[in-house]
Ligand binder design. Structure first.
Ligand code: NAP
Length: 279
């Protein structure tokens, strides 16, 4: 009898127990009847570079990499694409047929696909975007928006130096705004993105009045616990179109799954409901 080798993928993190990726990829594997498995891989910091480098000697076809390893992974992979290099981080690693490790970053892709899913006909070039936060997630959002032709990003962060560093690295279309001026930054904006951890369960609330934000602007909160944050409730109440962070999480996983298991997975309402049960 012919025995077909199982394909393995997984997520390397420390700790890994909080990761939603095994549930997500497990859903797709069973949905498409694929002979594969996606495993949580708890890798201590001293082992991470070796564990990643060793992947080609195993049955693993690749891994996701998450906190605290996204930046280290960029240095460990053999080849990183332009997106990963500009984001300064790798979240998806693919073992190529010749045994080399290829790293990419799909956060920006997930951000944009989710936006296009929810806001039909959305375009980045219609006006300025205000991005709150200058951490890892914000970097992904900014790269994605710049690639889509956003004319201006107003980057607002509590720690001004972090925003200025990002602006210097990513280019002239980014202006930095002090955290205390976040409300005036909303004037004339066509998009507001919360890429801070504020609004997330267990963190503080995001304190921002939306009065100066045009009603035509889209409000996108990348926080996904809860899926409906106070920011989105307030934005919806005044008539802004809103996008939540769960769809970004689902879409960013899709390119890895396709590369490892050969099927482009669907992001649909059944998947959203399945993942929401566990949030
Ligand atoms: P991070 O690198 O730790 O950055 C956190 C950001 O939040 C920083 O800009 C930080 O400002 C800001 N912040 C934290 N507490 C604050 C406060 N009290 N007041 C003002 N600003 C505050 O985290 P990250 O990886 O970028 O993640 C940010 C959020 O995005 C998290 O909630 C994460 O779950 C979410 N996320 C979602 C997805 C998705 O797929 N939907 C993907 C990635 C991340 P300072 O620089 O001043 O500290």
């Amino acid at each position: 009898m012919e025995s077909k080798q199982i394909s393995l993928a997984g997520v390397m993190a420390w700790p890994v127990s909080h990761s939603l990726s095994p549930r997500l990829h497990g859903y797709w594997l069973s949905q498409y009847g694929i002979n594969g498995s996606y495993l949580p891989l708890s890798v201590p910091p001293s082992h991470f570079p070796r564990a990643l480098k060793n992947l080609p000697n195993t049955l693993f076809v690749g891994v996701n990499v998450t906190l605290p390893y996204k930046e280290t992974a960029l240095a460990v992979v053999d080849v990183a694409d332009d997106t990963a290099r500009r984001m300064g981080a790798v979240n998806t690693v693919i073992v190529k047929a010749d045994g080399t490790l290829f790293g990419t970053n799909t956060d920006g892709y997930g951000f944009l696909e989710n936006m296009r899913d929810i806001i039909l006909g959305w375009r980045a070039d219609t006006g300025p975007a205000v991005v709150l936060g200058a951490g890892g997630a914000s970097r992904g959002v900014c790269v994605a928006l710049l690639d889509e032709g956003v004319p201006e990003i107003r980057l607002v962060n509590r720690t001004g130096m972090r925003a200025r560093t990002l602006a210097t690295e990513l280019g002239r279309s980014i202006t930095t705004v002090p955290w205390s001026d976040r409300e005036s930054a909303l004037e004339g904006a066509r998009l507001l993105v919360n890429a801070t951890s504020l609004g997330m369960t267990g963190k503080g609330e995001l304190d921002i009045a939306l009065d100066k934000l045009p009603v035509e602007a889209v409000v996108y909160d990348i926080v996904y616990t809860p899926t409906e944050t106070q920011l989105l409730v307030a934005a919806k109440a005044r008539g802004n179109a809103v996008v939540d962070g769960l769809g970004m999480l689902l879409h960013q996983a899709s390119p890895g799954f396709q590369a490892w298991f050969g099927t482009k997975p669907d992001v649909n309402v059944e998947l959203r409901n399945f993942m929401s049960e566990n949030l």
